[in-house]
Structures are given as structure tokens and as C-alpha cells.
Write a protein that binds this ligand. Structure first.
Ligand SMILES: [Zn+2]
Length: 698
């Protein structure tokens, strides 16, 4: 029997038989749907341990109720297994369909391990695809180019929960709107004109028979007109209304972040040179052949750079502890003697100092060094146990004293002992040193892990306990923090946002990067820095590109080393960028990012070669001219920025929709021409020039 859910903008046809349910076709605007299963699930025989996948086409009994605005399908007896029912409900709205999934498992021999959210498979001659990694990424003409990436949400490369597939005029938003940020596997694939977005929920109480549960959140398929920005605004609407991680903001952005941190335009990151004890174990991504190792360089250069820039800056300092990097975690105290000396000097200047610690991992061989409390007698209690009963660990390139590679075990955040360890460590650092805040590595970067540790106070498998308990840990730590201290973590997985004042946005530079994350979250958290060191440390064009991108996206700039001081050209461009960012501090704290103006120039893209970084194997095309637009939340004032990072003059044209920006009744700056709703400005940008237009309603 065929059923159709449709409205003016979409139609989806289902074929529902006695033992099978699938999507057989339909469309969302320009995008066609092709035959696909409606859902899949992974089941496990708890006696034999055998895991197998079933799809909505493998059920012995199917019952459907279809009405004009909803469809409910009861899928019973997968592969003939009794007492397992998966209920899929789709409800139509004007522009799309919203899906929920419930699992009723009364089978005493079977556990449901994973269940997918219903998502269609899309087909079109031409489409672009948006994926939610880092700041957001668009794969142009993805059906021809091909793309394949999957990862656990929440983590750095899957930091939000929505995708979009769209053609020239319109497309479909595919979002998992889960306000609790539960862990799930998200994926995006494109090949031969077909796009497949997948999202799979890790079952609650998995590995156990009789695990019945409702899948957290809902899947939304929604027609939209436009591109990635329009899809982003659909997700933003969900976030603003429902997301549990959204902090409160006021007129000037986040109210629980002290003003002095909101005022920071620029960050240095560097590390205190290794001691003999630390051997060759360094923070690899921060190291480069040209690094300076004079004993007082690590703080004197920063002081000199601050004097050059003439504005307050912040310093993210690594390797301040006696233990080697990635070894003997979490024993970050005691500090090296020189840390206290340098800290005192830095504090005499306008420099906020924030040391590194790790908030997720315990190094598993720390017992070899004689630590009284170690992984072997304590940390193992917090270890994540995987589906097969093993301790989950991750190997790093640093080497332990016994010659082994560092093996770090992420701590399940329901383990109270980890909360106490972190809280004690942070309080001790704050008491012993006059630091301005602490960087707590990995929490908003590390993939949430399903945990099967039977000693832990959570049901095994999936759910939202990972996010909730890291947030609970941080809530306690934040509650008693010294006045005016700043906590930040790595990358920008969204559901930890309330726990931190800032996210270290170091990996945002990609081919096809788009500012989806700042378009939703500017004002809700400080986004600080872009990586321009390590393998890219001597690449001036790359340095200008990432610095200018950060200005346009409203990030705090930098996360580079202070030795830019010794390179006059670099320093000149940096100073120009930092002073501009500083001048617009209030804007970036309290404004909303608008759709970036469409910008063209007569300068070809520059190309930077792939490096030993996250974009290994992929050269990056760098536009020379690009632009951004912002509007204050509480008043009718707009600021538009354009930049040329090249060493030649650029002829450029920039355009935007005057109605969308809300500027139709406002006097525009000289040179802006309006034709219908299209507003455009043409002109020249000198080498390395920023142009700024302020527009205010009288
Ligand atoms: Zn656990």
C-alpha cells in the first residue's frame, strides 16, 4: 500500500506492506528522494554476543496508520524475533516532516544497540552539502565531488546536529533536534549524484535484553529556500527555543563572563621549554623547528608583543607543569619554578594568563612514576568500558618512562572521583598562582563515548549522561571559581556551552568553511583563535587568511606565538587586525552575524598546501577578498566588513539583500546602489586593507 505525506513544498511516498516499510520517492523542492529504508537498527543476541543489522524492510509484521498530517508505523518482529516493536511517527508541518522513534523491547534474548533516525536519501544532478564540523563546511557540487565522513556527536568534527542538501534555489534541511545533546553517530556521504545523511542513536541500556526507550530528540526534514545560511537559521530556531545548553545572554552578550575577557582581541599560545625530565615530549601541534628556547623567551616575547599591540591580550600557556605533555595526567601540580617567575612578570603588563590542563583524560601508566593516586588504583574506576568489555583508551605520540606510547583513558563523567580530582586540581592552581583562568582541554572536542561500566551510576550505552555529567562537573567548578576567572575548552561542540566562557576554535580553517557556528552562537560564547603555528608557522599568506577570517567571524584573534614580533610584515598585518577587532569589541559581543555578503574580486584564490594538520591531504583555496555583516541585537545599527589579504590592490563587488538585512528604510553609505532588493557596492581594496561601513538608523 502506498501512502504519501505532502504539502506545498514537499511530498514523500512510502510503501508499507505486511512485512516492510520504505520510502519509494518524492521531493523537497529541487531535491528528489530515491528508494530507501525508513530506518535501521542494530540488535544483539545477548547470549551469543552476535550483532546484526535490520532495516524497516526486515520486519515480519507492519501496521500503519496514515492520516492527512501524520504517519505512524509499528514495525514488529524484526527477522521474526518476537516482542520487539519499533514505532516511527512522522508529523507534517507546513515546510516539512518531524519524526520520532520509540523502541519497545520485551524480548529476553535480544538487546537493541543502535537505532537510526528516519532520514531520506536524496538524488539530484547538482547539489551542495552542508556538514556541521568546526565552524561549518559546505561541499560544493558534492554529488560529483564525493564526500564521506562520519563521527560521534558531540565532538569537534560533529559539533552541531544538522545537515543540508540544496540546489541552486532550494533544498532540504535534515536536522536532529535533540535538546539534551545525547550521543549519536552522524554521517554524510555523497557520490554519483546521491546524498545520504545518517544519524544513529546509541540505545539506552544497550547490551541488556528488554531495553525499551524513546530515541532522544526528533529528526526534522524541512524544505528551505536558499543555502547553508537558511538551513542554519532553521537549526538556530530550534536551539533558541529548546536547546538545554544555551546560556542566557544580555544586551552585551554573555553575562556570566567578566568584561575583561570579552574585551580581549588577541591570544598568544606557547609553551615553557622542556625540562630534562620532560625529555622530547612536547605539545606536538604547538611545536615547530623555528621555535625559540631561551629560558625567558616564553614570557618576555609576549610582554614585548603586548607593548607593540598596545591593547590587553591573553596568553594560553602550555608545559607550565613538571610532568611531560600527555604523560602522568592528571598530576599537573607541582608547577615548574619558572612558571611562577614568568607569571609575575606577565601580570605586570596587560596580559591575562591561562594555563593548560586536561579535563577528560587519565594517563594509564602514571603508576610507574610512583604517584600515590594513579590509574591502576583509582583512575580505572572512571574508565569508559566499551561494548565488548574493554577499557577505552587513546594512544598519543609522546613516550612514557618505560618506553611506551602515551595511552590516555577518557573518564566517564558520571564517576564522581573525576569531578573531585578536577575540582581539587583547579582550586589548587587558583590558590597557588595568580592566573586569570584555566584552559580545560578536550571536554568540548572529545567524542562522547557510550559507556558500559557496570559500576557507574548510569544505564549502559547511549543517552545524554556524557554531556550532562561533564556539565554538572563544570557547574560545581564554576560555582566556586574566583571572581572574574575565565574557563575555556577545546573546539566547539555545542552542548557544553554553559560550562565555558570560551571555545578554542583553532581548527576552523577548511576548504568550504562557512560561519554557521558564529551565525548561531555569537554572543553566547567567546570563540577564540585559529591555528597558524606548527606546520603552518612560516606561511605568511595563510597567517593573513586565518587572521582576517577570524576578524570577519567575530572570533578573538591569534592563538599564535609571540615571535610574530620579529617579522615586521606579519606584525603590521596583525596589529591592523587586532586594533580593528578591539575597536569592535562591543559589536562582536552583542551583535548577530548576518548572512555574509556575496563578494567577488579580480584576484584569484591563493592556495596553501596541505600540512600535517587536520586538513592533511587537502590543499586549501584561500579567497583574497571576503566580507562579513553584523547587526546589533538591541539597536538598529549594522557594521559591514570587507578585507583584501593580498599584496595587490583588489577590485571587488559586494552584494546583499537589503530587506533581509532590514536596511530598506535606512540611509546607506556612499557608493551603495540599490536595485529592487539587491544592494551592491563596488570599489577597490588596497593591499592588506580592511574596509568598514557603519550604518545606523536615525
Ligand atoms: Zn560510565
Amino acid at each position: 500500500m502506498k501512502y504519501t505525506l505532502k504539502n506545498d513544498y514537499y511530498n514523500v511516498e512510502f510503501e508499507i506492506a505486511n512485512n516492510s516499510t520504505c520510502i519509494v520517492g518524492g521531493s523537497f523542492g529541487e531535491m528528489s528522494l530515491i528508494k530507501s529504508t525508513l530506518m535501521t537498527a542494530v540488535l544483539k543476541n545477548v547470549m551469543t554476543g552476535e550483532e546484526f543489522t535490520v532495516s524497516s524492510e526486515d520486519f515480519e509484521k507492519v501496521k500503519a496508520h496514515c492520516y492527512s498530517h501524520s504517519l505512524k508505523v509499528y514495525l514488529s518482529e524484526p527477522n521474526g524475533l518476537k516482542d520487539i516493536v519499533i514505532v516511527i511517527t512522522g508529523e507534517t508541518e507546513e515546510y516539512g516532516i518531524v519524526w520520532s522513534v520509540d523502541v519497545i523491547n520485551d524480548n529476553s534474548g535480544i538487546s537493541v544497540m543502535d537505532v537510526s533516525y528516519p532520514l531520506p536519501v536524496i538524488c539530484s544532478d547538482h547539489f551542495d552539502m552542508f556538514v556541521p564540523g568546526a565552524c561549518g563546511k559546505v561541499i560544493k557540487d558534492a554529488g560529483k565531488k564525493g564526500f564521506d565522513f562520519s563521527g560521534i556527536y558531540p565532538m569537534h568534527q560533529m559539533c552541531m546536529q544538522y545537515f543540508a542538501v540544496y540546489g541552486k534555489n532550494n533544498g532540504v534541511y535534515l536536522g536532529i533536534e535533540d535538546p539534551r545533546g545525547s550521543m549519536k553517530m552522524l554521517g554524510a556521504r555523497s557520490k554519483d549524484g546521491i546524498a545520504q545523511i545518517t544519524a544513529s542513536f546509541y540505545a539506552v541500556n544497550s547490551n541488556c535484553a528488554h531495553n525499551s526507550f524513546s530515541v532522544y530528540g526528533k529528526a526534522r526534514w524541512q524544505y528551505f529556500k536558499g543555502d547553508w545560511y537558511d538551513a542554519t537559521m532553521i537549526y538556530a530556531d530550534f536551539v533558541y527555543k529548546n536547546a538545554e545548553w544555551l546560556p542566557l545572554i544580555g544586551e552585551n552578550g554573555r553575562e556570566d563572563t567578566a568584561q575583561k575577557y570579552k574585551d580581549i582581541p588577541f591570544w598568544v599560545c606557547d609553551y615553557i621549554p622542556n625540562s630534562e625530565y620532560q625529555g622530547a615530549n612536547r605539545p606536538m601541534m604547538l611545536s615547530a623547528g623555528s621555535d625559540h628556547y631561551e629560558p625567558d623567551y616564553w614570557y618576555n616575547a609576549v610582554i614585548e608583543l603586548q607593548k607593540e599591540l598596545g591593547v590587553p591580550i591573553a596568553y594560553h600557556v602550555y608545559n607550565w607543569h613538571k610532568i611531560p605533555f600527555n604523560i602522568e595526567y592528571p598530576h599537573f601540580l607541582p608547577a615548574k619554578e619558572e612558571f611562577a617567575v614568568g607569571l609575575k612578570e606577565l601580570k605586570k603588563h596587560d596580559i591575562l594568563v591561562m594555563p593548560y590542563i586536561n579535563g577528560v583524560s587519565w594517563e594509564t601508566r602514571d603508576g610507574e612514576l610512583g604517584h600515590e593516586i594513579n590509574f591502576g588504583n583509582t583512575g580505572y574506576r572512571g574508565a569508559v568500558i566499551d561494548r565488548n568489555g574493554g577499557i577505552f583508551t587513546f594512544e598519543y605520540p609522546q613516550t612514557t618512562v618505560s618506553g611506551h606510547k602515551a595511552k590516555l583513558a577518557p573518564m566517564c563523567p558520571t564517576y564522581e572521583g573525576w569531578h573531585k580530582t578536577l575540582e581539587t586540581l583547579i582550586r589548587d592552581i587558583e590558590q597557588d598562582f595568580d592566573v586569570d583562568g584555566i584552559y580545560i582541554d578536550e571536554i568540548s572536542a572529545h567524542p562522547a563515548r557510550e559507556c558500559h561500566n557496570k559500576e557507574h551510576q548510569h544505564l549502559p550505552g547511549g543517552g545524554s549522561y556524557w554531556v550532562e555529567n561533564y556539565n554538572l562537573m563544570m557547574e560545581k567548578i564554576r560555582a566556586y571559581r574566583p571572581d572574574e576567572s575565565f574557563y575555556f575548552s577545546e573546539c566547539n561542540a555545542e552542548p557544553y556551552m554553559k560550562s565555558f566562557d570560551g571555545y578554542l576554535t583553532w581548527t576552523w580553517t577548511h576548504n568550504g568553511e562557512v560561519p554557521a557556528f558564529p551565525a548561531i552562537y555569537s554572543g553566547y560564547i567567546q570563540m577564540l583563535g585559529r591555528y597558524s603555528i606548527g606546520a603552518k608557522k612560516e606561511d605568511y599568506e595563510y597567517f593573513k587568511y586565518v587572521t582576517a577570517r577570524a576578524v570577519i567571524y567575530g572570533q578573538q584573534l591569534g592563538w599564535c606565538k609571540a615571535d610574530v614580533l620579529y617579522k615586521p610584515e606579519w606584525l603590521k598585518f596583525l596589529k591592523r587586525s587586532v586594533l580593528l577587532r578591539y575597536r569592535y569589541t562591543e559589536l562582536f559581543n552583542s551583535a548577530r552575524m548576518l548572512r555574509p555578503p556575496y563578494t567577488e574580486s579580480d584576484l584569484p584564490d591563493m592556495v596553501t598546501e596541505s600540512a600535517h594538520m587536520w586538513f592533511e591531504g587537502e590543499d586549501i583555496d584561500m579567497e583574497c577578498v571576503f566580507a562579513g555583516a553584523w547587526k546589533y541585537r538591541m539597536r538598529d545599527k549594522w557594521v559591514i566588513f570587507a578585507v583584501n589579504i593580498a599584496e595587490q590592490t583588489a577590485n571587488f563587488t559586494m552584494s546583499f539583500d537589503i530587506n533581509e538585512y532590514g536596511l530598506s528604510d535606512t540611509a546607506l553609505p556612499y557608493g551603495f546602489r540599490v536595485d529592487g532588493s539587491d544592494c551592491r557596492v563596488s570599489g577597490t581594496l588596497a593591499p592588506c586593507e580592511y574596509k568598514v561601513w557603519e550604518i545606523e538608523s536615525k
